[in-house]
Design a protein around this ligand. Structure first.
Ligand code: ADP
Ligand code: MG
Length: 330
């Protein structure tokens, strides 16, 4: 049974960056305005995510890391929309089957916080009272300690750290009113560092540099037919001056970081037909849709999405990109 749980957990948490993504999403869900990430040995030794969100109630701690916890917790809201985004209360549970998880948390108005460690879905001991300021800190240590083959495929700590920095950069752009930091354990200098007062464009400037931000244009689109207005898109796309060897596509649908290969390809096609000499594009897009129009369950890591009416949505976005590029070309 524990082998089955471990294998299932290894599907949800494929690499250190998958754990970081789940932890940061939880911090954002908790209403945090400050999230900091510390990583040791590419995340295999330590991943630590600290936030200033609403915290976890002490009565929820015993079941926090059981699978499908969400429906059991006292503080969940709008389970339907959470479900339809594919978030099934499995992330923290999974981490406890493939690593050692320690949670420190305090909720508003409490005199002290609690600290508790988990293994294989259960608490290792009763929650211990401890000093805490605000929010939640989750530490995942020795990730994949019990999956020797997986550890072997993750030998390059720099590679995993780069993926984590890239992930935090994307979150920081979309959530520009949240301050993010990401650094290696034992190093003072952060590799991503944003403050809450940034606009999205300023966040891009801070993270990708002034030379990228200067070549971006703001873009928006929505359904032509307002009576069926189901989607809205806004973001930034690169102009003819931007140069890069590969496409950067930062896509959020309903505030979730996702990938949509069909959309990415469709935008690349517009670039190469409208600006044949331009490089691969930089694209940041935020799309809002009714959650029942998004299907995230086609991939176990929950990143690749397919959309209802995908063709017409992609066409609308292609048209918006094309008209932006035509204007910047002249
Ligand atoms: P899900 O996010 O799908 O509910 P998770 O396993 O990721 O499942 O998290 C389980 C629950 O633990 C969340 O629903 C939330 O109630 C609580 N939780 C996890 N991390 C935090 C956090 N940083 N702050 C507040 N609550 C949290
Ligand atoms: Mg979660």
């Amino acid at each position: 049974e524990s082998v089955v749980n471990r294998i299932a957990a290894g599907e949800v948490i494929q690499r250190p960056v998958s754990a970081v993504k789940e932890l940061v999403e939880n911090s954002l869900d908790a209403g945090s305005t400050s999230i900091s990430v510390v990583v040791k040995d590419g995340g295999l030794k330590l991943i630590q995510v600290s936030d200033n969100g609403h915290g976890i109630r002490s009565e929820d701690l015993p079941i926090l890391c059981e699978r499908h916890t969400t429906s059991k917790l006292s503080a969940y809201e709008d389970l339907q929309s959470i479900k339809s985004m594919g978030f099934r209360g499995e992330a923290l549970a999974s981490m406890t089957y493939v690593g050692h998880v320690t949670v420190t948390t305090i909720t508003e108005g409490q005199m002290h916080g609690y600290r508790v460690s988990y293994r294989d879905g259960v608490m290792e001991h009763e929650p211990k009272p401890c000093a805490a300021v605000r929010g939640t800190q989750i530490m995942v240590e020795n990730l994949f300690y019990n999956m020797i083959a997986r550890r072997k495929t993750l030998q390059n700590a720099n590679d995993d750290y780069t993926k984590i920095v890239d992930l935090i950069s994307r979150f920081a752009i979309h959530n520009s009113s949240v301050s993010f930091s990401c650094r290696k354990h034992g190093v003072n200098r952060a590799d991503v560092h944003t403050v809450t007062t940034l606009s999205k464009l300023d966040a891009i400037k801070t993270i990708y540099g002034i030379s990228v931000a200067r070549d971006l244009m703001e873009i928006t689109a929505s359904d032509d037919n307002p009576s069926q207005s189901i989607f809205e898109m806004n973001g930034f796309i690169s102009n003819a001056n931007y140069t890069a060897k590969k496409t950067t596509m930062i896509l959020f649908i309903n505030d979730r970081l996702v990938e949509c290969t069909a959309l990415k390809r469709a935008i690349e096609v517009v670039y190469s037909s409208t600006l044949p000499k331009a490089s691969r594009p930089f694209i940041y897009m935020s799309i809002k849709l009714p959650s029942e129009h998004v299907d995230v369950n086609i991939h176990p890591t929950k990143r690749e999405v397919s959309l209802l009416n995908q063709e017409s949505l992609i066409e609308t976005i292609q048209n918006a990109v094309e008209s932006k590029l035509m204007n910047c070309n002249t």
